[in-house]
Every structure is written in C-alpha cells, then in structure tokens.
Design a binder for this molecule. Structure first.
Ligand code: SF4
Ligand code: SF4
Length: 448
C-alpha cells in the first residue's frame, strides 16, 4: 500500500470557498427515529420503484416495499418497522413529484435482514451482484446509478482499476469525510468486495489534499491490503469528485465524449456506496439510511446525521436545534450541484448528502446580464464545452443547435455559472436543454 500524489490534474475547474469547517468536526450522530417516514419511490436514477405494499400493511424494518421497475431501477425497503398509512405523491428535492410509501414507525422495532455472505471472497461475483441489487444499493455520491449495473460491465469492457471516490469536493458537505474517519474498516471491506466482483487488479482511494485526517484514516485501514493498492492524494479543486475528472486525475485516462468509465477500464464508487456494499453483503442490511450533513450559517448546530431514508428535512432541522435567525435559502445537497427547495416537507433519499441553510448575508440578489463574451466559462468548464454558446442556443429554444455542441456531456457542475461576470444562469439552461433532449429520446423510443 502506497500513498502517491495525483500524477495528473483535469483541465478547468474552480476554487470556491469550501466552508467545511462548520460540520467537519461533528461526529456522526444517529437521528432518533421519526414518527413518520415518507419513503420516495425515486431515490435512484431510472424508473421509479413499484410499490408492493398497500395502506394498512404492517412492515418490518428492511422489508421490501417496492420492487425495481426495470433494468435501470432499484428496489426500496422499509427503513423502519411500522404501519403503511398511505401511498401518496410527494415532492422530491429536485422539485419532481413521485409516489411515496408513508410509514408510521412502530415503538418496537422488528428487523427483517437479507441473507449475508461472510465468505464473500469465495462467493461467485454474479451472486454478489444480484444480492447488492436486491439490497437497493445505488451510487450515493449524487447520481444514484444502480450499483448492480455498474458492477456488471460487458465482457468486452474489462475493468482493471477501481477508484474509491473520497474527494467530496462539493463545498460545505462533510458526510463522506466523516464516513472515512469513522468507518474506514467497513469502507475497506466494501471496496475489496467491489474489487473482487470486478476482478480489478488495481485499487485507488482518491481523496483531496484538504482532508489529511481522512487520508491518514484510509492509509491505516488499507495498509495490509494485497495487490496494487494506493491512496491517491488529489489537488483540492472543484469538481475533483466528478467521475471523468477523477479518472483523469488518478490514471491519466480520458473517458471519450459520450463514453463511460468502463470504456477506459475504470469503475468509480463513492466511499459511502462502498460502505453500503459492505452493509448489504456482510450485515444483510439493505440501503435504507445514510449520513447527511446539515450545515450552513442559518442552522443552530451543524451536524452529520445518520438518518433513515424518508426522513423529512424538517425533522433534520429540528434535530440540529432549528434555524438560527433566518434561512434565506435552503439547498438540498451542496451549493454547486444542489437544488434550492421551497419547503422542508421534502423527504431524504439514498442520494441526499446534505442540507444547507444560508442566512440573508450569504445570499446576493443579482440579475443576469447579457453575455460579454469574456470566455471565462469556457476556461472553467471541466468538460471542455462552450457554455456561453450552449446557453445561447438553449435560450433561443434551438436544442438542435445545442446537441452537436455536446450538451449531453454537461455534468451540471456549475463551474461556468460560478465564474460568469454577467451572472448568467448557465446551469439552469443546461438542465433545461438536457431535459428536452431526454424527453425527445424517450418519446422516440415509444414511437413504433
Ligand atoms: S457547461 Fe456543464 S460541465 Fe461545463 S462548467 Fe457548465 S455546468 Fe459544468
Ligand atoms: S462567462 Fe458569462 S459573460 Fe463570459 S463568455 Fe461565459 S456566459 Fe458570457
């Protein structure tokens, strides 16, 4: 096991104020079980899960409440024992609506575990993949891509390198940082299970150099791991945690336009996902809870809370001593890639890494101006796009003009908007343009 500085660094990117000190020193604290959980059916990328319970049913903790509804989908389990009181529509943090299984939690908790695989080193990869899929494990870094699919590359795309993503480059957020400090041993086992499944020769643990304590914790946890294993220390730079940028920083390999990490022999898994893989395989626990950073200058006691999926944001805020003064803006996630939410009656899910409450002094009112063609957005874009040109096409509803400019390669990192002196809402335009393309592609698939 070695520790090596990142041999490469990606082009572009930015250096925002990280503001992680607010919550970085707060140990993970388990949230008291809420009386009611609103468990969304869309906690992952792909088709929403399909409920298999109905109002009036009693469920045990860990029991399946919704099955995967397609290849790109994931099942959902009850985060706690209780009674299903409704299947109703809920708003998610992204502003979209989806069905939710509402559970009134029971005073006596009964748990229904999945099978366990203590001998995972001698277990067939296919069986482990099926189990991880049945446990509802998805990427917890934000995308929510079903882990079962990521661990099943086609035979002509062999994986030689697993990258464990501990960059957590998004400002304010510290949940992955705390997981690395407090659960390094479990993350190591999860990473080894992933490596075993993929038959990958190399394992890299990628952490930004602003987290020296996490680097030390992972060095210690992985010190006697067999084979080509190293902690790769990344330069602190946003978006260092983004898959394609991280693959380049760690290996020097460039994922081709429109391509996937497996095209260059890599799989990237977030450290919290590795923990969830460990929990599913070794403890038989489906993915039903996660650590969420509740932070910002408008929260009384910033914290890293271990909360069941389906907890309302209002319960998280209450557990952190409530709002300090006035919250002028509430963001689900971090300030770069998160979504502003207008209500705290929104439930958490498997990808909810943070809740950020900002006071009026952290918010600036501005109106966007016309583009002055300064080119700063082009310099900052880590995907080598031309955000100014793309946004002009999308504003003019010229989606056909935007698509050939690699609109769908935009990772919505927000670097372009961060540097734009004209304060143009560039990410908003990218999201809108991408949504139109996705809707067109879905409609084309349906047309016989
Ligand atoms: S165009 Fe997309 S990928 Fe490029 S900086 Fe803007 S948000 Fe990031
Ligand atoms: S940074 Fe803003 S003003 Fe400058 S070219 Fe890009 S969109 Fe135009």
């Amino acid at each position: 096991m070695a520790t090596i500085p990142s041999p490469h660094t990606f082009r572009g990117g930015i250096h925002p104020a990280y503001n992680k000190a607010l919550a970085a020193a707060a140990p993970i604290r388990e949230l008291p079980l809420p009386a009611r959980l609103t468990v969304p059916m869309s906690q992952h990328l792909g088709a929403p899960a399909k409920p298999v319970v109905k109002a009036g049913d009693t469920v045990a903790g860990g029991q399946l409440v919704a099955e995967a509804a397609g290849f790109i989908s994931a099942p959902v389990h009850a985060p706690a024992a209780g009674k299903v009181v409704a299947i109703e529509e809920t708003l998610t943090a992204s502003g979209r609506a989806c069905a939710a299984v509402v559970i009134e939690t029971a005073p006596e908790q009964v748990w229904q575990p999945l099978p366990t695989f203590p001998e995972w080193r001698f277990t067939d990869a296919k069986q482990l993949i099926e189990h991880i899929g049945a446990a509802g494990v998805v990427g917890m870094g934000g995308a929510g891509f079903p882990t079962r699919v990521k661990l099943s590359p086609p035979s002509d795309k062999p994986i030689d390198t697993v990258i464990l993503n501990g960059a957590e480059c998004e400002p304010y957020l510290t949940s992955d940082h705390r997981m690395m400090l407090e659960h390094a041993a479990e993350i190591r086992i999860g990473a080894e299970i992933i490596r075993h499944i993929l038959g990958a020769r190399s394992l890299r643990i990628a952490i930004e150099d602003n987290k020296p304590d996490a680097i030390a914790a992972m060095e210690k946890a992985f010190q006697d791991t067999d084979g080509d294993v190293a902690v790769t220390v990344l330069r602190t730079s946003y978006p260092q945690g983004s898959e394609k940028q991280q693959i380049f920083s760690v290996t020097g390999r460039e994922v081709p336009r429109g391509g996937l990490p497996m095209d260059v022999g890599c799989v990237v898994e977030n450290v919290s996902t590795a923990f969830a893989v460990f929990d599913a395989v070794v403890n038989g626990r489906p993915l039903v809870r996660r650590v969420i950073t509740v932070t910002g200058d408008a929260i009384a006691q910033p914290a890293n809370l271990l909360a069941p999926c389906g907890t309302l944001y209002s319960d998280l805020v209450a557990a952190c001593g409530g709002v300090a003064g006035q919250a002028a803006k509430v963001i689900s996630g971090g300030p770069m890639m998160g979504f502003a939410v207008s209500s705290l009656a929104v439930p958490t899910g498997k990808t909810a890494s943070g809740l950020l409450l900002l006071s009026p002094k952290k918010i600036s009112d501005f109106s966007s101006q016309a583009c002055i063609a300064c080119g700063r957005c082009v310099d900052a874009c880590p995907m080598r796009l031309s955000p100014a040109e793309l946004s002009q096409c999308i504003e003019a509803d010229d989606i056909d003009g935007a698509e050939p400019l690699a609109l769908m390669d935009c990772i919505e990192c927000g670097s372009c908007a961060f540097v734009c002196p004209a304060r143009r809402p560039l990410v908003h335009h990218m999201r809108r343009g991408k949504a139109v393309v996705m809707a067109r592609r879905a409609a084309a698939k349906k047309t016989p």
